[in-house]
Each structure stands twice: as structure tokens, then as C-alpha cells.
Design a protein around this ligand. Sequence first.
Ligand SMILES: Cc1ncc(COP(=O)(O)O)c(C=O)c1O
Ligand SMILES: C[C@@H](O)[C@H](N)C(=O)O
Length: 358
Amino acid sequence: MVMRTVDLRSDTVTRPTDAMREAMGSAEVDDDVLGYDPMARRLEEEIAKMMGKEAALFVPSGTMGNLICVMVHCDVRGSEVILGDNCHIHVYENGGISTIGGVHPKTIKNEEDGTMDLGAIEAAIRDPKGSTFYPSTRLICLENTHANSGGRCLSVEYTDRVGEIAKRHGLKLHIDGARLFNASIALGVPVHRLVQAADSVSVCLSKGLGAPIGSVVVGSQSFIEKAKTLRKTLGGGMRQIGVLCAAALVALQENLPKLQFDHKKTKLLAEGLNQMKGIRVNVTAVETNMIFMDMEDGSKLTAEKLRKSLTEYGILVIPENSSRIRMVIHHQITTSDVHYTLSCLQQAVQMIQEPSRN
Ligand SMILES: Cc1ncc(COP(=O)(O)O)c(C=O)c1O
Ligand SMILES: C[C@@H](O)[C@H](N)C(=O)O
């Protein structure tokens, strides 16, 4: 009999709060294709101001936000984008920048901290004199925080250095900021400073902020006008989106201040996991709301065995591979849930490692 549910699969799993549902129900709305939905307008203005950019655009998902930004920057056939080999755009977005956008990816190895080597970035930029043979580099993409590195933060100094490289070569810089607010809180740097060097950013409302749906892209006024047209082309032009934007405005108000506590709960969980026999967590690499929990060789533990055992306790996780589980904390995971998870995991580990004892 499952006692409770602790959903650590992702920070995308949160349910709208009562306040969000109430705001959705009473939202003032209008047709956002024919004109401007008032709540969308308000949200876009608020996010643009927070990010220090001229304009913003609500989009249905982070995947569409990234695709739109890459396509606006790379609007000439034969364009190439430099991005990390382990970044979300390259790994989890179905190759959309190529299959839909016609943009060529030039991947560079992501370091363990989510960065790409600055020298490697510069070396990857195509020589315009070679345009008979080569694609033309137009864009560099970063991801902050970097999900596949375990939610690591890119520093503002690093971001500015990449921005300088882009500017020096006449390129644009896009930041996949799905969890940018987590980076801002963890680094103690305002979001507008973190993205100062970027020409565009896509930030998720539906992750740590806990809104049910959506992302927002920001950039110059002219960039956002092109992005709005492309959003419609891709089928993302929606009608009374105030229902969704109202929830996002509540999320900004309610949950932005909670991100710091998400990080504290994540650290608490990581430190507890690292005490367990056969389990290893690089606690210093836990900077925001994600944990990669590794099973040690010879421990008899596998990700699938642990996932299955945890499910019996109502704890939901996603294996990264056969010996690694990812756990993501969000505002609907309590400190009590963290202690419950640690206690259940200890039991699951013992049952797997010493079945005769049970
Ligand atoms: C780093 C990162 N970028 C982009 C996305 C895409 O967002 P969505 O799931 O809303 O398409 C995600 C995950 O969802 C993500 O983790
Ligand atoms: C899996 C991935 O697409 C999603 N962004 C997550 O981190 O859960």
C-alpha cells in the first residue's frame, strides 16, 4: 500500500497550485493571434523587464522557444550553430533545428560543468573564406543551468567571455535558460546580468517556477517580431493564452522566492544519499535542484532495480542509464519528502544488497 507520492522525475511534474487555478479561472483574456491577450502582454512585459531585454514572447514550450530562437538567428540557408554535444537542444529536441529549421549543428564537447572550452568554440567558427565548402557559423548556444551536467550553473564571467567571442566574429548568442532562475539564485546574480551578453534567451515557466505550461523568449524588439511570426508558422500562435499566462504570473510571484529552498532540499538529499553503501553522489557538483545518484561497481545495485523498489514506496525517479538515477527537486517536494526518500532508499538498498537479512 503506497503511503505517499514523491515525484522526483523532473521539475516539470508540478501541479498548478490553488492560486494558479483561481487566476486561470478569472483571467482576463483576448485573442492573442488577432491582437494581444492582456495577461500575455503583462507576463511578457514583466519577463522582458526582469531579463533586461527589449521584448518577450510567450511560447508553448521550451523546445519551441529554442527552435524559434535558433531559426530567427539562422535565417539564411547553410547556417551553422555551435552548441554543446550534451545540451538539451542537441539531445532532447528531436533534432528540430535541423529537421525543421534547416540549421547545421556544430557540436563541441560539454565539460562536466556544462561549459564548452572557449578555445574550442573559437576554433569551431567557420572561416568565411571557406564558404564554398563550409556552412556559415551564425550562432552560439549555451544552456544555463546545464541539465545533463546535473543542473550546473554557467558563471556570468564565462557567459560574458562567450559573448565576446560571438561579438568578435559577428555571431549571435542564444541561451537556453530553461532553469535560468535556478542559476540566478544559486549564483546570487540577477537574471538580467546573467544574460546580458545574450541576443536571445528562452526561459521556462513550467520548470522550477511551477507554472503548468509555457516558456518565454526574450530579445530585441525586432527579434521578437520575427519570433512571433515564426511561432505562428510553427503552430504556436494561440488564442486566449491569458489562462496560461495568469498561472505563470502567480508562479513568478509564489515560487521564485522558493527556489533557494529547493536548492537546500536538494543538498540535504544529496548529502544523505552519499552516506549510503554502494551509492555515490558528487555533492560539490550539486549546485541547484538536480542530483545524479550513481551506483558503485560491485554494489549489486542497478538504476532499474532501485527505480522499481522506490516506486513501491511511491517515490518516482527516472534512470539516466543502467547505473545512474536523476532526481529533481521542486517546490512540491517537502523536507519531509526528502527524509522519507532517504529512509525508503536505505531500505531498498539493504533489500537488494542483503536479501537474506530481510
Ligand atoms: C535545459 C532544457 N531546455 C529546454 C527544455 C525544453 O522544455 P519543454 O519541455 O518545455 O519543451 C528542457 C526540458 O524540458 C530542458 O531541461
Ligand atoms: C527530459 C527533459 O526534456 C526535461 N527538460 C527534463 O529535464 O525533465
